[in-house]
Ligand binder design. Structure first.
Ligand code: SAH
Length: 411
């Protein structure tokens, strides 16, 4: 902030008026086009001079080196991403109403593209609310505020959700390590009156138990909700193996679409217990079985044992979050897909996904091709997809496209 002092004449009297102005930050001369093209992140080394001061998390104004207005955003001197822009409109105030408007717009957009009950309501940068995640599970909302500047507006965000949806409950799943990079604690808890955090949601005609408090991430992976429908035609009468099944969402879809048998594997005992409850909830206990195992161990063994399936589904966790380990992640994808292909009968189908942001789509496809070469199998592409559209992809923010989802016939 800095103070501007002006003399104002009101009713023929002179007044001294002090304005508190947000800090002004000027971009260096030769910065990448990224910011000019609409990317909301401004790194410390892209900033030159500044006027005034700001507390961590404050709203600041950003200008180009020649003084033209770029945008307003929140500031954190201890984060590598020094400023995240919230608006490029000089006249748009950043206040409670701003957060209400953004969340309301995001909801209108979700409804327009066909999401009603469950959706990622706010997908951070893609909804012009950097570092904010809000998942809507019918009447329940789970939020993550992953940067200090957005954490400061948590009250306004919760008030907006209350006003728009009159929800049954709001919960924060801020137990995520990335918060420590912003100097914040990892926490989880209620942001509304307490409620039973074990809820049931409906998806594609099935029901799923979701544990908002202790489930992975926000409790449920909405990003695959449209892809789960994409397996409809390749599981009829099939023996299906779902590896990294979490709470059995693809498995239950396979059963619903007519699979003969489904085996789901996950390393987490909790996930497997919920998967079994989901099978019971939908009347598929006979068809769907689940085992808590380390997939890397059993896949290797099962290939040796000569086990074969009509359809194999692989949806592993992110293999890396840091650039230094991309090679390792690629090796991991190659290995797991190689095994998946070997476990697929000739003419069967492989469904394979990757949520590692740092592995771009072309690299993922190359990796699958390399696995096919080693497995000496030919692939025939059935579907090549990405995340559900309630996780919008902004073309000027490449990292908003993170999920790769491929269905191939393995000849
Ligand atoms: N397909 C699921 C999401 C899978 S997330 C859905 O749409 O809901 C990845 C899963 O892999 C997590 O449930 C995690 O527990 C599991 N996992 C991680 N490492 C594993 C391993 N070595 N073996 C088996 N499962 C593993």
């Amino acid at each position: 902030m800095y103070t501007v002092t002006l003399l104002a004449a009101i009713n023929c009297k002179l007044y001294v008026v002090h304005y508190l102005c947000p800090m002004k930050c000027f971009l260096r001369k030769n910065i990448a086009d990224r910011v000019a093209l609409g990317h909301p992140w401004i790194f410390g080394n892209e900033l030159g001079e500044s006027q005034g001061t700001a507390e961590p998390g404050d709203i600041v104004e950003v200008y180009s080196s020649n003084g033209s207005f770029v945008g307003k955003g929140y500031y954190n001197p201890s984060s590598q991403i020094r400023i995240r822009l919230l608006t490029r409109d000089k006249n748009e105030a950043i206040d409670d109403q701003f957060f209400f408007n953004r969340i309301n717009e995001a909801w209108e957009y979700r409804k327009q593209i066909g999401y009603v009950e469950n959706c990622r309501l706010i997908f951070g940068e893609a909804d012009q609310l950097p570092a904010l995640i809000i998942d809507k599970f019918n009447d329940y909302f789970v939020i993550q505020t992953l940067a200090l500047g957005i954490e400061k507006w948590k009250g306004a965000i919760v008030a907006a959700i209350q006003k728009i949806f009159s929800p049954k409950g709001i919960y924060e799943r801020n137990d995520v390590p990335v918060r420590t990079l912003e100097g914040m604690q990892q926490i989880k808890g209620f942001l509304s009156e307490p409620f039973d955090t074990n809820i049931i949601l409906n998806e594609n005609g099935l029901k799923f138990h979701v544990d908002i408090e202790n489930g992975q991430k926000t409790g449920y992976f909405l990003d695959q909700q449209d892809n789960r429908r994409a397996i409809q035609h390749i599981v009829k009468g099939a023996d299906v193996l779902e590896v990294f099944c979490y709470t059995g969402t693809f498995s239950l879809h396979a059963a619903q679409y007519g699979a003969k048998s489904v085996l789901g594997l996950d390393i987490s005992e909790n996930a497997v217990a919920t998967a079994r409850r989901n099978a019971t909830l939908n009347g598929y206990d006979e068809i769907c079985k689940f085992e808590a195992v380390n997939a890397f161990d059993v896949l290797k063994q099962w290939v040796k044992d000569g086990r074969r399936y009509d359809t194999v589904i692989l949806d592993p966790p992110a293999f890396t979050k840091s650039r230094e380990h991309i090679d390792k992640a690629v090796t991991g994808y190659k290995e797991v897909n190689l095994r998946g292909m070997k476990l697929t009968k000739p003419g069967g189908f492989l469904v394979t996904a990757s949520c590692t942001n740092l592995v771009p789509p072309d690299l993922f496809l190359q990796t699958i091709a390399a696995a096919a070469k080693d497995a000496k199998r030919t692939l025939r592409q059935v579907e090549w997809r990405t995340q559900a559209s309630d996780h919008p992809i902004l073309w000027n923010i490449p990292s908003t496209q993170y999920l790769k989802f491929l269905i191939v016939q393995v000849l």
